[in-house]
Design a protein around this ligand. Sequence first.
Ligand code: FAD
Length: 387
Amino acid sequence: SPRVVVVGGGHAGTTLAALLRQGGHRGEIIMFGDEVDFPYHRPPLSKKFVDGELEQWLRPAPFYTEQRIDVRLGERVSSIDRADRRVHASSPCPYDVLVLATGARPRDLPVPGVTVGGVVSLRTLEDARALRKHLTADRRVVIIGGGYIGLEVAAAARANGVEVTIVEREQRVLARVASEELSAILASYHRERGTTIITGAQVRRLTSRDGQVRAVVLDDGTAIPCDVVVVGVGAVPRDELAVAAGLDCDQGIVVDGSARTSDSAVFAIGDVTRRPVPGVDGLMRLESIPSATEQARQVSAAILGAEAPAPEVPWFWSDQFDLKLKIAGVVVPGCHVVRRGEPASGRFALLHHDDAGAVTAVETANAPGEFMAAKKLLRSGHAHSHL
Ligand code: FAD
């Protein structure tokens, strides 16, 4: 039974380790994680940070010893030696199979003044703990970036009475990931609940006093006074180990449909990968729990010699106020969108289809039945599953 070394103790790495034991893997499993906390769920960090439970562990602590998963918390892997099949952390660690599950990190905002107090980004439990301390009801927060994380933070903060402004560079929120229809619906939903949204606005600099952020200054000179700034301008894959080791990378570790890299002894899973997606030409980076889980299943099957799992339709979820959003498929510009339900009621579905009538994506709020039905249409791979 091969010795499996996993780099990264996030959702992907932890799921893989658990699946291997569940599938009867007897060999050693060593998992390096450079965070000090036991592996935890990231989605609550942008949804529950004001009044909910932040520390939602992926597995209870005794699980790792019981399952003989050697978790090395607080240990960063600094390099990979593919010729000798070992990684270097505080000491060298040999592998038969290596799995890179290093995730992503928040993209930096390259403007003057971002390194002062009160400016946070959100990826780790540490980040969320810090944000929680900053966000009390008398505070004013500016969120730079109207992506899913930005909108979730906005909703949670607003629900707690915080004054919220979202600054988005594009002409609409969620410009890269949602249909124009969904962007518009969500923008109204947030505005109706007291959030200010400024689109088409570039941040020029942040001003501070006594080392604490005081205002966000836009390109047109507008200064938005604030006590806290959340930078949510996307994430970049942590592929530097792989790049240094000469693995095929292209803003993310390039993998095939079994999560294998250009070295057959090395797999990569989760946010760090650039992967094939059913129904899409070329490779994509997906940043979602379902994608991390799917790739963990692919690798576990490959290591155990089991049948490869069938490819899945990509999907993810987001919670904003009382809206439980679920999105499946890939949103492409210029597709046709058919709406069912009334957005103001908080329950609706947006079905996307191409010129031939094939369903390409679905965006739903509080409509789990519609979501499942549309996801099935997507999964059937029918080029002509007419609405
Ligand atoms: P990660 O969870 O980032 O884990 C990677 C781990 O590897 C990290 O702990 C990192 O510190 C460690 N690491 C990196 N390099 C090294 C090294 N050299 N040595 C040792 N350790 C290393 N997805 C959804 O589907 N739905 C949601 O609602 C949702 N909400 C989210 C909210 C927030 C605030 C965030 C940040 C993400 C959210 N996501 C959501 C995305 C989801 O959390 C990610 O897709 C998922 O965590 C990816 O798992 P991963 O294991 O690939 O990466």
